[in-house]
Design a protein. Sequence first.
Length: 123
Amino acid sequence: MILLDTNIVIYLHGSQLSDGIENRLKSTTLDTCNIIIAEVLAYEFIDPEDAKYFEDLLASMKNHLFDRVVTGKVIELRRSINIKLPDAIIAATALVNDLELWTHNIADFEKVPDLRLFDPIEV
């Protein structure tokens, strides 16, 4: 199972991922969380069709809520490493739910212990 970071969700619409990566995404469960949904849908889309695309895409994903367990992991991460709150929520969601995080911003997450990272742009 894969948690797509905000940038990868946006890249899905722009055909910036290789055919092999897009095929891999079609054959697995895609997951999201509320912070990713908020980041994507708060973006100012020039075209209402783009906004609709992202609304439909995110609605099709499994949404992991920011619950007590994720909150506890966020607190643990922020006490142990320097990480921005939105990134800590994303990382904690991935860790708590045993998800691989796909992101093009590897540097934002590389200090998070035990977090499985993959950059689908750099393959």
